[in-house]
Design a protein around this ligand. Sequence first.
Ligand code: IMP
Ligand code: MG
Length: 206
Amino acid sequence: MVNGVKNLNNEAQASRVPPRWRNEVERVLITEAQLARRIQALARDIERDFRGRETVVVALLNGTLMFMADLLRRLNLPLRLDFMGVASYGAGTRPGRLVFTKELRLDVRGRDVLLVDDILDTGKTLAGVLPRLRALKPRRLKTCVLLNKSARRSEKVEADYVGFEIPDLFVVGYGLDYAERYRNLPFVGVLHPHIYQPPAEQKRVV
Ligand code: IMP
Ligand code: MG
């Protein structure tokens, strides 16, 4: 399978975390080269399915920033781009209540829409966003995520295009954050648990 992380392990393991990030990032899960190759293949799949009509790409802020920049320049299709702002206010690495921070501005009625997010985890984000988009009556609505962490799914939602299936690990980099940090790493890495799990004695102090 092209998108199985199992196939990626050798290459990712051989790629060391840059010294600057070693205290915070445990290991590289997906390298820059692996991201580039897979995104090229995703773009081919999307082009094949969306050919013939202008597409509206709707990206969710903020985690999609790098993925969008790379996917868009590979998409050889007429398209318009818009963003929706969605934040999930949870504690640490747990998802919480969905808050819409930016509404769509383009009219998607009757259009072919590709909704893009960084990672599909519990599914709460897509389960919250999809009904809002469907209510705007697009002709077609497909979803694309860079990463799929299916082990944690609690909502009945799947993506049509998936970059990589990943295990149940908290990952950062390539747009993905922990507390708004690490978005600038050019690879996807596994965050060191000590970053989000404070020592037991500190935990009791609220
Ligand atoms: P869901 O709503 O639980 O499916 O999660 C989707 C959102 O949670 C993503 O858009 C991310 O912002 C965040 N998220 C889930 N897992 C991770 C992770 O491993 N690293 C960084 N952000 C994550
Ligand atoms: Mg996000």
